[in-house]
Design a protein around this ligand. Structure first.
Ligand code: UDP
Ligand code: MG
Length: 312
């Protein structure tokens, strides 16, 4: 027998959860035929929902003892919800899947085959289209992946979802990364292991609303950069060198000019421009350094990643 733990982060998903579980029932029936030695367990993580999500989950648990749940004391974010799921998952295989059916449950059979028969440690999914998504969002997403891949050592796959199955050894590796600033896609890439990529067409969510605003995604991108790259710090150093070199040339030029032509008081506007320019660059660089310092500060507090209100 092998146990498959399904982690489902839920934030205000009262409408989607029953539909999700129905879809999973079909998958489980399918598994019962194809892989009869697989047992399922569910870990629903209620991420401080303000609707009836936790009641819906409790009702599921009453009807099906394979369902477990963790309910947070407030909204800690999807990354924290996934981590909580990992701490509770007992399975030989661990699956992370969204509650809104944007991660097609039908793919699970193929994903399971990859880790159980084909020798992979993980099977991950990526969307090959972004249809149904605002154009501007897809555009910035593309740019984000381009930049990330240039400035970080690990590979970020465009369109990668958090929908993934992995073996126990990979799940244990993910658990060992107990950082507060969690960017799960980066963490998966960082721990390594052999991953099979499975592609699918974008699906729109079944019910409820996306939790992402444009600025939310921007913040998410900055988290990713701060968490997985120190390139901005190197950028600050390079910029410092360039500006210092420029200043040095300028000083020499001005001294020589003054010696030859005397010193009529002029050039006030240009001086103001230079002062403002350098003030701006300095603020920018201090800001970049400060962003890393802030992350370090939060990390050294070593606060728990989530707080549980109740669980079963
Ligand atoms: N989610 C969560 N905590 C949050 C935001 C989202 O647990 O603070 C869950 C949400 O319930 C869903 C999954 O993460 O199951 C993906 O969220 P969403 O569908 O809003 O993101 P999208 O699919 O638009 O990227
Ligand atoms: Mg979604």
């Amino acid at each position: 027998m092998s146990l498959l733990s399904v982690i489902v982060p839920c934030y205000n998903e009262e409408a989607a959860i029953p539909l999700f579980f129905d879809a999973m029932k079909n998958v489980m029936n399918d598994f019962a035929v194809r892989y009869p030695d697989v047992e399922f367990e569910y870990i629903f993580v209620d991420d401080g929902s303000t609707d009836a999500t936790v009641d819906v989950i409790k009702k599921l648990r009453e009807s099906d003892r394979r369902v477990h749940y963790v309910s947070f004391s407030r909204n800690f974010g999807k990354e924290a919800a996934l981590y909580a799921g990992f701490t509770k998952a007992a399975g030989d295989y661990v699956v992370c899947i969204d509650a809104d059916l944007q991660d097609p449950p039908e793919l699970l059979g193929e994903m399971y085959a990859a880790v159980s028969l084909e020798g992979y440690d993980s099977a991950a999914t990526r969307r090959v289209t972004r249809k149904g998504e605002p154009k501007i969002r897809s555009f910035f997403a593309r740019i984000f992946y381009k930049i990330m891949n240039r400035i970080s050592d690990i590979e970020f796959v465009d369109g990668a979802r958090d929908y993934r199955i992995m073996t126990r050894r990979m799940a244990d590796a993910v658990l060992r990364l107990g950082e507060n600033n969690r960017f799960t896609k980066g963490i998966y890439a960082w721990v390594g292991f052999r991953t099979k990529w499975i592609e699918f067409e974008n699906v729109e969510r079944i019910a409820g609303e996306t939790k992402w605003s444009f600025f939310g995604l921007m913040r998410y991108s900055f988290e990713a950069i701060l968490g997985f790259s120190t390139a901005p710090l190197s950028f600050v150093i390079s910029l410092g060198f360039i500006v210092t070199a420029m200043a040095f040339i300028l000083i020499v030029f001005i001294i020589i000019k003054t010696l030859i032509f005397g010193d009529p008081t002029s050039g006030w506007p240009s001086m103001i421009c230079i002062v403002v320019f350098f003030a701006g660059t300095q603020l920018l660089c201090t800001g970049i350094v400060g962003a890393y310092l802030g992350k370090t500060y939060l990390e050294t507090k070593n606060r728990p990643i989530f707080i549980t209100r109740e669980e079963e």
